[in-house]
Design a binder for this molecule. Structure first.
Ligand code: PLP
Length: 385
């Protein structure tokens, strides 16, 4: 086999030296405090058999889509799914992508143009950053969840901007993937609306768990008309795979024509589409119960943190994502290893995924975690940190 170039071998060796080397492993049998499968949909047998039923009812017996959506891959289940998403998320239009990563890459690389300005929260997901990097617009980060920092950046850079007819995009998430916290979206939306800017919100970690039916925070706050685009993903609370960009019909048309991660890739399999459809219907059938169980567990987890006096190590969050800061990759990895040895599936998140010094355990709570598991986890954590 031909070797990796020397300079890349050196980079890899450095990762090992700095103790931030990534490798793949499988810890399936441990107690899950790691996955984004907040409601247990990924392993739900009823959902699995309902999906199979839908494929039978639809007479679908194909394994793959056979091509990109613009060629042979625009399977009939897309025509069922996209209108369902429009209803579920109270949007004008929806365009399904193969993943959240693709959706963000497609949106941000194609929509903002040369002369446009993008202002994004410093902690937005890697897929948004990469999309922005591929666009020809100028981009500036603002301090996390900080409207005054956003305003400062906007004032400074719009004054400097020489282009006429610039569009201004403001980008944030409704639940941040590593911190679990939420911006004051009403205030952000008011600011963007009153200035004629376009607000884009990634709802990857909100859909399924926030809103009365799991429709996310934007519809829950009745802000859907004030937002230019939303990213929703189906690999987290919906337990399957894929994503959609929600927005106007014109935005949908534009993405179909210009978003390369949409155009040049094989479409999702019919089975995946059937799972996404079934998962959305199933969410409605189950009603509030799984979300209520998750909320109870979040409250219980936070009570346990208080009673073991380790609340101060945690990033304030009322969501399923709870970040315990353990500065330094060695230390964070050591604590996660100790928890793994005790049967808990928890991983340390290291730089560069999070800023240096903010290494952490990202604890994901689920509707199916028991009180005993949560209690023991916090007790052990308190002794290890
Ligand atoms: C905020 C956010 N957006 C987008 C994505 C990408 O979604 P997907 O896993 O469907 O590619 C993630 C995944 O971790 C995420 O956390």
């Amino acid at each position: 086999m031909t070797q990796l170039p020397k300079k890349l071998l050196k980079v890899l060796a450095n990762r090992k030296k700095e103790d931030i080397f990534r490798s793949l492993n499988s810890l399936d049998r441990l107690i899950d405090f790691l996955s984004n499968d907040y409601l247990g949909f990924a392993t739900d047998e009823t959902l699995f058999s309902k999906t199979f039923q839908l494929l039978l009812t639809e007479g679908v017996a194909s394994n793959g889509s056979g091509g990109s959506r613009l060629l042979s891959g625009n399977h009939k289940l897309y025509k069922k799914l996209e209108p369902l998403l429009v209803d579920f998320y109270k949007s004008d239009a929806a365009l399904v992508f193969n993943s959240g990563y693709d959706a963000n890459m497609g949106l941000f690389s194609s929509v903002p143009q040369r002369g446009d300005l993008i202002f994004y929260d410093e902690y937005v997901h890697a897929s948004i950053r990469e999309g922005i990097r591929m666009s020809n617009a100028k981009a500036y980060s603002f301090l996390h969840n900080d409207l005054s920092s956003l305003k400062e950046k906007v004032d400074l850079n719009t004054a400097r901007n020489e282009h006429e007819d610039s569009a201004v995009y403001v980008v944030t998430e409704s639940v941040f993937s590593m911190d679990g916290d939420t911006p004051d979206l009403k205030v952000f939306a008011k600011f963007t609306k009153s200035n004629g800017y376009r607000l884009i919100v990634d709802e990857a970690h909100a859909v399924g768990v926030l809103g009365s039916n799991g429709e996310g925070l934007i519809p829950d706050l009745k802000l859907e008309k004030d937002v230019f685009a939303r990213t929703v993903t189906f690999g987290k609370a919906f337990g399957c795979h894929g994503a959609a960009i929600l927005g106007s019909e014109e935005l949908r048309d534009y993405l179909i024509n210009f978003a390369k991660p949409f155009i040049y890739t094989t479409a999702l399999t019919p089975h995946t589409l059937a799972t996404i459809i079934t998962a959305h219907n199933y969410m409605g059938e189950l009603g509030k119960e799984p979300k209520a169980l998750l909320s109870e567990n979040i409250v219980y987890f936070k009570e346990q943190l208080r009673s073991h006096k380790i609340e101060r190590f945690f990033i304030p969050s009322d969501t399923a994502i709870q970040g315990c800061i353990i500065s330094g990759s060695k230390k964070a990895k050591l604590v996660s290893k100790k928890l793994i040895d005790k049967g808990f599936n928890i991983k340390a998140i290291l730089s560069p995924t999070v800023p240096e010094g903010q290494e952490r355990l990202r604890i994901c709570l689920h509707s199916f975690n028991s009180k005993e598991e949560i209690g023991l986890l916090v007790k052990l954590l308190a002794s290890f940190i």
